[in-house]
Design a protein around this ligand. Structure first.
Ligand code: GDP
Length: 424
């Protein structure tokens, strides 16, 4: 059985926590897109971890963690991340890396940094992890697949070709030092030795495991609104964040994905640039940011303060639809306990018309939020295990959101820990 765990919003919905929790009863967890540019925060019996590249299922000794072909694979980063969790007492995880995954090279990070500097104030708010240059190269067919590390002649040729193109840009556009093919080849040799123990024909492996009836989780990074096709283009990431892409980025049949658990946060937060209709500012935003997530809403990779907003039902309904959500995990609800009243964005006003349909970017830039205010519950709901034991106003908030988004909320997360969950 394959289940996807994906985000309906801008990312940071709490997918890591839900994955870590569901991994307990799963065999295999697969990352299928993205790279080390965003993080998942996980709190469990080993402590608090910020994972960037490893799937959030690595904390159990019965699970296999997979880096699928769709991921931007930063090899030294992966090796360091493995070391860093083992150092803290986590059993050495069983990890497989797809032989078709492509490698994020040091020059991708450089190009990301140079381009951000060149764009200055008009940048996309990149985390400078090299993700956009990496995926550009993949589709321009100058990427390096893991399998290519083991073909010395082909690799040499490819590196020459890469340097020809990159060095023109480095010299004439960025005015930076050029790439040296011999040095890049040496880097690739080091990467080959580091990754060799983990390399696997992942799609064939997963085919057999599915046939054997294993439980597989596909863990998404970021959320619907950061998808390059269906998100707020161009303020998006460079690989698809949708469950449908899970089939491609892991190498399995699309019809094997039976359950799409879409993670929705009880309020909004976003990093980077782009329209954010229900955004709040000033003291109101600072307070929510301070109280948000676990210890404040700051990027797990960059430490940047996240932009804050009220729950956006328009964006979330769309985000769930485009994911194909079969159920919703509603997270970080406990954080809203301090509010007497809770505004929810239930419509967008664009050029004088109110809509509930999420528009394309140019129209989105013009949208003003239509807010509906719900009464708060004004107490701490952490520790509650049963739905009926939640305060009435809290249940009303959940049921209001459920109706707005049109997908069943099957789990309510009321704290960052593994067991802070209410099954409905
Ligand atoms: P991801 O990228 O979707 O995995 O999300 P992140 O891990 O970046 O952000 C979620 C943050 O919220 C983390 O700091 C989690 O520890 C925290 N978190 C997750 N679920 C809950 C919850 O129900 N309540 C609270 N207070 N924090 C939560």
């Amino acid at each position: 059985m394959v289940r996807a765990i994906v985000g309906a919003n801008w990312g940071d919905e709490g997918k890591g926590k839900i994955t870590d929790m569901l991994a307990k009863e799963s065999d295999i967890i697969v990352r299928f897109q993205g790279g080390s540019n965003a993080g998942h925060t996980i709190i469990n019996n080993y402590g608090k971890f910020a994972l960037h590249l490893l799937p959030s299922g690595v904390f159990y000794d019965h699970t296999t963690s997979i880096i699928g072909n769709g991921v931007a694979l930063n090899i030294p980063y992966l090796i360091n991340e493995i070391h860093s969790i083992v150092e803290r007492g986590v059993p050495k995880p069983h990890i497989l890396v797809s032989d078709r995954a492509q490698i994020l090279m040091p020059y991708h990070v450089l190009f990301d940094t140079y381009e951000e500097a060149r764009l200055a104030g008009k940048s996309f708010g990149s985390t400078k992890s090299g993700i956009a240059p990496f995926y550009s190269d993949k589709y321009a067919k100058i990427g390096i697949q893991v399998s290519e590390l083991f073909d010395e002649e082909g690799l040499k040729e490819k590196i020459e070709r890469i340097c020809e193109i990159k060095n023109v840009l480095l010299e004439h556009l960025y005015h930076k030092p050029l790439l040296d093919p011999a040095e890049l080849l040496e880097t690739c040799h080091q990467y080959r030795d580091m990754v060799e123990p983990y390399v696997c024909d992942v799609s064939s492996y997963l085919y057999d495991q599915i046939k054997a009836g294993k439980t597989i989780l596909l863990e998404g990074q970021l959320g619907s609104l950061k998808d390059p096709d269906h998100g707020i283009y161009p303020m998006v990431t460079s690989s698809s964040t949708l469950a449908a892409y899970g089939a491609i980025g892991a190498g399995i049949a699309p019809y094997e994905i039976k359950d799409i658990i879409t993670v929705v946060k009880a309020y909004s937060s976003a990093v980077g640039a782009g329209a954010f209709v229900s955004e709040i500012f000033g003291e109101e935003a600072d307070e929510l940011r301070r109280r948000g997530g676990d210890g404040g809403e700051f990027g797990a990779t960059t430490g940047r303060p996240r932009r804050m907003g009220w729950f956006d039902a328009v964006a979330t309904r769309y985000g769930c639809r485009i994911q194909g959500a079969t159920e919703v995990a509603f997270t970080v609800l406990d954080v809203l306990g301090y509010l007497k009243e809770i505004p929810v964005c239930t419509g967008y006003e664009i050029d004088g018309n109110v809509t509930k349909d999420f528009p394309t970017t140019a129209k989105l830039e013009k949208a003003k939020p239509v807010l509906t205010t719900l009464p708060g519950w004004n107490c701490d709901i952490r520790g509650i295990k049963k739905y009926e034991e939640l305060p009435e106003n809290c249940r009303n908030y959940i049921e209001f959101v459920e109706k707005e988004i049109g997908v069943r909320i099957s789990m309510v997360s009321n704290g960052p820990g593994r067991d802070d969950i209410i099954m409905r």
